[in-house]
Structures are given as C-alpha cells and as structure tokens.
Design a protein around this ligand. Structure first.
Ligand code: ADP
Ligand code: MG
Length: 263
C-alpha cells in the first residue's frame, strides 16, 4: 500500500511507505485500561519530533510498542516502510534513564561497545577499529576521558551521555529517545541537543519524548501530542498550540506553560 500524505501546508512530501516510523492503530494495555489507544503516528524523515503529553499519557509505552519491546493488543509499526522485525537494526533507542539499573560493575567503554554488537559478530571480538569507533562516539558526547570509569559511578547526566554514545555506535537511521533531558545538568542538555542536531544535519530522524514545553520550539521541528489517544501531530508552527496543549493536558497547564506554545 502506498498512501500519499499531505502536510499542514498541503504539500505531498512522502509516501507512508517511506516514513522512518509509521504506527497504525496501536493499542497497548497493561491491565484493563489501555495505556495507548488506537494511535496512528507518521514520523517525518529527517525531522526532529517531540512526543509530548502529561505523566502517564502513554509516551514511553508508545515508543516501546513502536520498538516491539511491549506487545500491542492491536496495531503495527513499520520502519522505513518495512515490517519492524526486518528493520529493527536501523533504530537506536535510549530508554528513560531511571529504567536502567547497573547492579554489576560495567565500564563506560563496554556500554558503548554494546552498541556495536552487530559489527562485532558471533565471536564478539573487539578489534582496534571497534575501539576507535566507540571512543569516537564517547568523544562526540564529551565523555572520552571517562572510558574506563564504572558507569554506576557517573552522575545522571554523564550516564545519559554514555547511553547516547551507545546509540551513536549503532550507526542507526532512526533515533528514539525517552526523556533524554530529564534530570540532566545544563552542560549535558547542551551536549545532547548538539549531538541530536548533528544527527539531523546528517539526514537522520530523531524522535524524543520531551517534558519541557519551554524548549520545544527551539529544539524540535514536529510535535506529537498524546493523552492515551493521539491529540495532534504536525509541525511545531501549526500544531504546538495552546489549544492542543489544553486538550493533551486536560486544562491542567499554567499560563506560563501555555505561553511557551504561543510564544
Ligand atoms: P508516560 O511515559 O507518558 O508517562 P507510560 O507509557 O509510562 O506513560 O505509562 C502509561 C500508563 O501505563 C500509565 O498509567 C502507567 O502507570 C501504565 N504502565 C506503564 N508501564 C507499565 C507496566 N510495565 N505495567 C503496568 N502498567 C504500566
Ligand atoms: Mg515515560
């Protein structure tokens, strides 16, 4: 099936089949009440998309369903027009930081080398070129000097940079990040956004769950608003509006937060 998609401006930019990530009719439930209900999402190639919504809106669940980490009740995801299972290797995923618990000692460099598992092959032999690539990825996030440190001994922001370095090592085409800026220091936020913008400049597609409404317009091209159901999706200019935020947050936002959208 090839379906032409119109943008807000009416221009046909791509077919559904070309989208780096297209989700159709996605419903996920952990219990009786669905966490994500009948969601359609079409991510634009080469754009940076923010997934926005209140706590418990299903943002993390939507990413996990798109990755096949949780099994949906209904719906499917296609990646670059192909079934998820075939193109899964083109996706790099940085989970929400709190969800990763390091209870055994692991060096920073080993975390990054995990991103190279496809290249390492069956014997998992780390060669000089793998080491160079891993170090280069640490360099890109400003963590080269920490290669031999234990991951558990780093600050939250430093750990987040290391997970981003692991994602970079995968040489993916689509990057899915769950709240990459949550609880990080200003220097880390700057380092991460610079890396994400460089990925975009290189033609990659970035999708991030994002909680800070004040930086949406600065950081992102497109937004996807969700509260269990999809509220709206489109460019920041047309879709990141006070009206849509009110729907997504059920009127629980303060004036200052809404001004971020209007502003
Ligand atoms: P968000 O990322 O937008 O905060 P989540 O996707 O984490 O939302 O959660 C959506 C809903 O699903 C919430 O009500 C949450 O409590 C529930 N939920 C998430 N993960 C689980 C789980 N593993 N088991 C049971 N319920 C879950
Ligand atoms: Mg979440």
């Amino acid at each position: 099936m090839t379906l032409a998609l119109a943008t807000d401006h009416g221009a046909v930019v791509q077919t559904l089949n070309d989208s780096p990530l297209a989700v159709r009719g996605m419903t996920v439930s952990y219990g009786e009440k669905p966490a994500v209900f009948s969601v359609d999402m079409t991510v634009r190639q080469g754009a940076m998309t923010a997934i926005i919504g209140p706590n418990g809106a299903g943002k993390s669940t939507l990413l996990k369903a798109a990755l096949g980490v949780v099994t949906p009740l209904a719906g499917q995801a296609t990646v670059f027009g192909k079934p998820l299972a075939r193109e899964r290797h083109r996706i790099a995923y940085v989970p929400q930081r709190a969800s990763v618990d390091w209870d055994f000692p692991t060096r920073v460099i080993d975390v990054v080398l995990m991103g190279l598992y496809r290249e390492l092959g069956l014997l998992r032999r780390v060669r000089a070129r793998h080491m160079d690539k891993a170090m280069d990825c640490l360099d890109r996030v400003g963590m080269r000097d920490f290669a031999d440190r234990q991951i558990g001994q780093l600050s939250g922001g430093q750990q987040q940079r290391v997970f981003l370095a692991r994602a970079l090592a995968q040489s993916a085409d689509l990057y899915l990040l769950d709240e990459p800026f949550a609880g990080v220091d200003a220097a880390t936020e700057k380092a991460i956004i610079d890396v994400l913008k460089a990925l975009k400049d290189a033609g990659k597609t970035v999708v991030a769950v994002h909680h800070d409404l004040a930086t949406v317009a600065d950081y992102f091209d497109d937004v996807f608003l969700i509260n269990t159901r999809k509220v709206a999706e489109g460019s920041v200019d047309t879709t990141f509006t006070a009206e849509n935020l009110n729907i997504a947050y059920g009127g629980r936002l303060a004036g200052a937060q809404l001004e971020a959208a209007a502003g």
